[in-house]
Design a protein around this ligand. Structure first.
Ligand code: AMP
Ligand code: ZN
Length: 116
């Protein structure tokens, strides 16, 4: 389901096992290359879907799976002790830079609110 010109599809195809934090049939988790917090994971569906608003009813289970994996990572990595934040950017105003839908999982420092 990969898209040739997509950075995240490329990572998932040519992945090195040591770079992958978790994966199952539908979703891969890896570290953000430019971390904004001590823990900055990207929870990425294997299927190339550019953005949340492109998800069809048929694919909507992927969204549940992404959230479920976030929960599992939070428990496994003890992020639920101090807290964490999940972020999904969509479109120009949000600053989305990779048009392959993904959830950011940020933890390990006090996060400001409102976000910038
Ligand atoms: P967004 O701005 O929400 O689209 O998030 C894209 C994220 O992908 C940014 O936080 C980037 O730092 C991250 N990123 C870009 N290229 C890579 C890469 N090759 N490996 C890991 N993370 C990346
Ligand atoms: Zn992609």
């Amino acid at each position: 389901m990969e898209n040739e010109s997509c950075v995240f599809c490329e990572i998932m195809v040519n992945r090195k096992p040591e770079d992958i934090v978790f994966e199952d049939e539908q979703v891969t988790v890896f570290h953000d290359i430019n971390p904004q917090a001590p823990v900055h994971l990207l929870i990425v569906p294997k299927k190339h879907i550019a953005k949340l608003s492109d998800v069809t009813e048929q694919d909507s289970k992927i969204l549940c799976r992404m959230m479920e994996i976030a929960r599992e990572m939070a428990v496994k990595m003890n992020l639920n002790q101090q807290g964490f934040r999940l972020v999904m950017n969509e479109g120009k105003d949000s600053g989305q830079s990779i048009f392959h839908m993904h959830l950011h999982m940020l933890s390990g420092r006090r996060l400001m609110w409102p976000p910038g």
